[in-house]
Design a protein around this ligand. Structure first.
Ligand SMILES: [Zn+2]
Length: 440
């Protein structure tokens, strides 16, 4: 396997990486733009762009913001509502695997930002049938989450005739440098199908099980081009317009709005995926079983690029989390009424043979791994960024008390006692110190 000499990504990253003659990957190269682009100018462009979408009649929302009880939702709504002064409609696809922390964060979000929100909750049997089908077809228990989260905002935009959707970060830019920030790439059906949906659209799924008919899969039916064009729907990404730093942004949200963190089983980042029992558990083990690396690698790469972690410390993190067997497997298997052997059999069908092989004992074995891969020291030192600061993740107050949470909370309490809406004016000036946006 070929590994980036700066971060830890392998060449078989499913979003595709290009590694240049210096041994540095396209994700690291595009990330360098964060340090030299004029982010003040870019944010001004965002202001001008979004100004054009303000509801002229005042009778409709200015934009749609997809949200969850975690990952960038607070920050995105903070920017849209309190900095850009837009009136958003928040939309949430309910992923079913919800933690109590995620449900509480979602209630906080709705209250402190004082926004209207709509949710899509798909019937459990449909999710279970879909899960089994997508595990067989693609080795994925997360297809419905990715499909639902990329479909419901577009359906809502068409239905409510709100042309502008504001997403948080485009993973193709931030992880692998598929596009430059200068491209200001927008939402496309093509990227969604090829990457979010693993090239598996509902037209294929409809024939796989009698329960998977068009009505039951309505939540995953992307509107057709004529409907999208009639409203003029476009989806933009905030990370094209402000210097994206997930860790710093989450810390601001903890300080301003008491965003809750949660310990994650297979990675050190306890900010991003706190709303899901499986994202950094079973889902991540599946990712490792398919591609030979997991979330700890993703998060270490991000921190290396932001100069808060050395490559060597990143490798230690991969070593620490790579082989952990996540306890949330039992929760999923019980809900799915599925045996462990059956689950692993499905996933084994989708292992990337570039990195996995079956050894003489008939066990799957990694051919290579960043923790033992040899790269010339000079290539690594030439690619190295100047380390600037440490990488400590904070715990919010809820993490300091023991909360036992070992079941899915499909729908929870929609409000939090003692929480009040924030005054937009109070928080309007707050941006992360490195965002590049002038403190106004
Ligand atoms: Zn890299």
């Amino acid at each position: 396997m070929i590994y980036c000499a700066r971060c830890l990504y392998p060449k078989n990253h499913p979003l595709n990486l290009i590694i240049d003659k210096e041994g540095v990957c396209s994700g690291c190269r595009v990330h360098e733009e964060k340090d030299y682009l004029d982010w003040d100018e870019k944010f001004e462009r965002l202001r001008q762009l979004t100004d054009r979408y303000r509801s002229k009649s005042g009778k409709n929302y200015d934009c749609i913001v997809p949200v969850s009880g975690a990952r960038d939702s607070f920050f995105t709504v903070h920017v849209v509502k309190n900095i850009l002064k837009l009136k958003p409609l928040l939309v949430q696809y309910n992923q079913h695997y919800n933690t109590q922390v995620g449900i509480r964060n979602l209630a906080y979000l709705r209250i402190v930002f004082n926004c209207d929100m709509i949710a899509k909750v798909v019937a459990p049997q449909t999710i279970q049938t879909l899960n089994k089908t997508t595990l067989i077809e693609r080795g994925s228990m997360y297809w419905h989450c990715l499909a639902g989260k990329s479909t419901f905002p577009v359906q809502s935009a068409v239905f409510y005739k709100i042309p502008l959707i504001i997403f948080s970060v485009h993973q193709g830019i931030d992880q692998v440098g598929m596009f430059s920030h200068l491209d200001e790439v927008e939402m496309t059906r093509k990227y969604r199908t090829e990457h979010d949906l693993l090239n598996l659209e509902i037209e294929t799924l409809i024939h796989k099980h009698p329960h998977l008919d068009r009505l039951n899969l309505e939540a995953f039916q992307y509107p057709d081009d004529r409907e999208i064009q009639a409203v003029g729907v476009r989806g933009i990404y905030l990370n094209n317009f402000l210097r994206w730093d997930s860790k710093e942004q989450h810390e601001l949200m903890i300080d301003l709005y008491q965003y809750e963190t949660k310990n994650q089983f297979r990675t050190f980042d306890n900010y991003n995926d706190v709303d899901c029992h499986h994202y950094s558990g079973l889902h991540d083990l599946i990712k490792f079983m398919k591609y030979g690396y997991g979330k700890a690698t993703d998060h270490a790469c991000r921190e290396i690029r932001l100069k808060r972690m050395t490559r060597e410390d990143g490798i230690k993190m991969v070593n620490r989390y790579r082989d952990l067997y996540p306890p949330d497997i039992d929760l999923f298997l019980e809900w799915m009424d599925m045996g462990k052997d059956e689950l692993f059999e499905y996933i084994d069908q989708h292992r990337d043979k570039e990195i996995w092989h079956i050894n003489e004992n008939n066990n799957w074995e990694l051919k290579d791994c960043v923790t033992k891969h040899h790269l010339e020291p000079k290539i690594i030192s030439d690619a190295r960024l100047v380390y600037q600061t440490n990488c400590e993740f904070r715990k919010s107050n809820n993490e300091k008390i023991d909360i036992s949470d070992n079941s899915y909370t499909i729908i929870g309490r929609g409000f939090i006692d003692g929480k009040k809406s924030s005054s937009p004016m109070t928080n309007a000036v707050q941006m992360p110190s490195s965002s590049g946006i002038s403190q106004r």
